[in-house]
Design a protein around this ligand. Structure first.
Ligand code: FAD
Ligand code: SF4
Length: 398
């Protein structure tokens, strides 16, 4: 007899076993559970299905002829926002943690999937299902490493929870949406962040050691809209390093192969997305994708200062120049990098145009990566919207 939940007969993989997506695995956590039963359809790196999952989630896929949807996915609204009273120690102003806490306090959900860090290592991810505001607060700030957020999925079914919020990045959310109907939930809320250039824990160490003056005291870092990496240290000091001064030759293989093959930078399948790159410096960037996302944002509106999204500058020449520079792993002297940073900050792309700059640079790089390393996957793995974005640029022939 076939079971209603055939996945319950499947067995999670051992932590040391090779994942079905092999080197492209982003360690999203699905294969750490019996939902591995669905891996062939659900894995973002084995079966790219953003178009179909957009229809399932938002009732329609993005309109490729609408320039904002082409880039930022299905949405009802976008804005810049910041908390009037930021949460100390959050990645930005803590909008994500605030929404999650409010959803729990108002009993909209019984639990929140989020990621804390281990006691020993502030950057080692430890996914949990939070059931108290304190547990959500303890998950604030990015763990800039691949994180198996979905590894807690079996606990949901076992706990009998019916209303759940999941916080996660694009690859985790793609797999989650693919198994959503199997979770036995009455309501699933998804709060996403954009994500790019993630690394394994070992890769993170290499990045910090190659780039920061004091790798062991970094508590937080971000690639900011002023074209610099900002490192925050334990003593509260901020160190900035211009993008153009990064030691590209040493860092070329630091990013995870999954992230070099990802085209879901903006987390297309979340209900609400909170990032920063489409907003002015110091502000967060909010994309409301559907009615569920609107409901989540409404809960915290009174604690936010907001302003409309803006856009200025022209990214195209800078993106075109970045393609061969990255390819040849060019590193320029630090004085020239600083100078370029100052000039580009003054005249360069801002707001949504900065977000397009970042999307274009990463999609062109990732397209070349897939073409060279997994040519057999190129056609099916790259979504149509990404092909249109990449086609705006001249790429090296091989
Ligand atoms: P907080 O209130 O500090 O909460 C952060 C939340 O992130 C926590 O709930 C935690 O559970 C979750 N989280 C932390 N690490 C991970 C992880 N590895 N995987 C899944 N969930 C995690 N925004 C952009 O606009 N452009 C980018 O290029 C970009 N890159 C990012 C890369 C990574 C790896 C991550 C995790 C986020 C990235 N973001 C990016 C989002 C941005 O940095 C902030 O996370 C977002 O604006 C929320 O800030 P906050 O202060 O509201 O979050
Ligand atoms: Fe499994 Fe997720 Fe890795 Fe795909 S990315 S192989 S679903 S753990």
């Amino acid at each position: 007899m076939t079971s209603v939940f055939p996945h319950k007969k499947a067995k999670a993989l051992k932590p040391t076993s090779r994942r079905p997506a092999k080197e492209l695995c982003s360690e999203c956590g699905l294969c750490d559970t019996y939902y591995i039963h669905y891996v062939k359809e659900a894995c973002a790196f084995l079966n790219q299905q953003i178009h179909e999952l957009e229809e399932q989630t938002h009732t329609r896929s993005r309109n490729l002829d609408n320039p904002d949807e082409l880039y930022f996915g299905v949405h009802q609204d976008m804005m810049a926002a910041r908390k009037k009273e930021p949460i100390p120690g959050a990645q930005w102003t803590g909008i994500v943690s605030t929404i999650a806490i409010e959803m729990l306090n108002r009993n909209l959900v019984e639990g929140v999937v989020c990621v804390q860090n281990t006691k020993e290592d502030r950057f080692q991810p430890m996914p949990i299902i939070a059931r108290t505001p304190e547990e959500i607060l303890a998950a604030r700030v990015n763990k800039p490493t691949l994180s198996p957020n979905l590894s807690v999925l079996e606990q949901i079914e076992k706990s009998g929870m019916k209303r759940l919020l999941v916080i996660g990045v694009g690859c985790q959310i793609q797999a989650l949406r693919a198994v959503e109907k199997q979770l036995g939930l009455e309501k699933l809320y998804v709060l996403g962040t954009p994500c790019v250039d993630n690394v394994t824990r070992a890769g993170l160490q290499k990045f910090l050691e190659t780039t920061s003056r004091s790798p062991n005291t970094v508590v937080h870092y971000e690639f900011m809209q002023d074209f610099r990496v900002h490192f925050k240290h334990e003593d509260g000091s901020i160190e900035t390093v211009p993008f153009f001064g990064l030691k590209t030759n040493k860092l070329k293989d630091v990013f995870a192969p999954s992230c070099m093959s990802c085209f879901d930078y903006v987390n297309s399948l979340a209900d609400l997305v909170v990032g920063y790159m489409g907003a002015p410096f110091g502000w967060q960037w909010i994309t409301v994708r559907n009615d569920t996302g609107r409901e989540m944002l409404e809960l915290v509106k009174d604690w936010l200062e907001t302003q409309p999204v803006m856009t200025s500058g022209d990214r195209k020449a800078a993106v075109q120049q970045s393609i061969p520079a990255y390819d040849k792993a060019v590193t320029i002297p630090i004085w020239a990098a600083k100078l370029m940073g100052v000039i580009i900050e003054k005249i360069g792309p801002k707001g949504l145009e900065y977000a397009r700059f970042s999307i274009d640079s990463h999609f062109t790089r990732n397209y070349l990566y897939v073409k060279r390393n997994h040519p057999e996957k190129l056609e099916a793995h790259v979504p149509e919207f990404a092909k249109r974005i990449v086609n705006q640029y001249k790429l090296p022939k091989s």
